[in-house]
Design a protein around this ligand. Structure first.
Ligand code: HEC
Ligand code: HEC
Length: 198
């Protein structure tokens, strides 16, 4: 069933009046929380956490969905239609709302993988010319401007994004596609396990 129909069945509809009310907190509670959780604290690995994400990144992604710059199936199926309804004031208000929600850590994973992931995050892979993830995503993976926060994010979501950067369906970020190409499966998994627990 298409997402919009699913939402409608649950009594949730993003009407133009609501989408363009400029009331981010209300839109977040009535619509976004159905997937991203209350305050963006998603508990399902299918849906990324939005709490404590940087406002600049949230705005850029909503614009990217609207312009179909993120072409992965999950973006197309869930976010293209949603983003198309939000006007600039609503986007700004939503970005402001989610960026002020407190951060949450995810579950910790295998200790050896976590250590390996931390090393990749902090030092990169010098022999393959991969810069440290921390140089862009921040020492604590907290994000900065349009470099997203990664700390606390679901590992399944992170791995899926690394995959779609690699296969080019999320093709709007050449830097991340280049980084993703250099990570093998084991390295991608290690860094995702580390980040989820941050
Ligand atoms: C029906 C479920 C659903 C609803 C409702 C929903 N989203 Fe999403 N959202 C998703 C999925 C799934 C993704 C991941 C898409 C992908 O893999 O590219 C996503 C991704 C995002 C992202 C990108 C996050 C990142 O880390 O890159 C933002 C920002 C976002 N949504 C904002 C919103 C806002 C704001 C609302 C409410 C107006 C909303 N979403 C409502 C399912 C939903
Ligand atoms: C040169 C800067 C840079 C480096 C180094 C970098 N990234 Fe990124 N990363 C970005 C940018 C910019 C984005 C957002 C792309 C966009 O706007 O869609 C991003 C997005 C991501 C995302 C998607 C997050 C989300 O919420 O959808 C993941 C996952 C990610 N990076 C992981 C990594 C990992 C792991 C490393 C290190 C191996 C790394 N990045 C190194 C710049 C960088």
């Amino acid at each position: 069933m298409p997402v919009i129909a699913l939402l409608a069945a649950a009594g949730l509809t993003l009407t133009p009046a609501l989408a363009q009310s400029g009331d981010g907190a209300r839109i977040a509670m009535q619509i976004c929380s159905g997937c991203h959780g209350v305050g963006g604290r998603s508990e399902s690995p299918m849906f990324p956490k939005l709490n404590a994400q940087t406002p600049e990144y949230i705005e850029a992604q909503l614009k990217g969905f609207r312009e179909h710059a993120r072409g992965e199936n999950t973006a197309r199926d869930y976010m293209w239609g949603m983003a198309a309804l939000l006007d600039a004031a609503a986007v700004k208000s939503l970005a402001d709302y989610f960026s002020h929600q407190p951060a949450t850590r995810g579950a910790t994973g295998d200790a050896a993988l976590t250590t390996k992931g931390q090393e990749i995050f902090e030092r990169g892979l010098p022999d393959k010319g991969v810069p440290a993830c921390a140089t862009c995503h921040g020492a604590e993976a907290q994000g900065a401007g349009t470099f997203p926060r990664l700390a606390g994010q679901h590992k399944e979501y992170l791995l899926h994004q690394i995959e779609v950067f690699k296969n080019g369906t999320r093709g709007n970020a050449p830097v991340m596609s280049a980084v993703a190409h250099t990570l093998n499966d084991e390295q991608a998994k290690a860094v995702a396990v580390y980040l989820q627990s941050k």
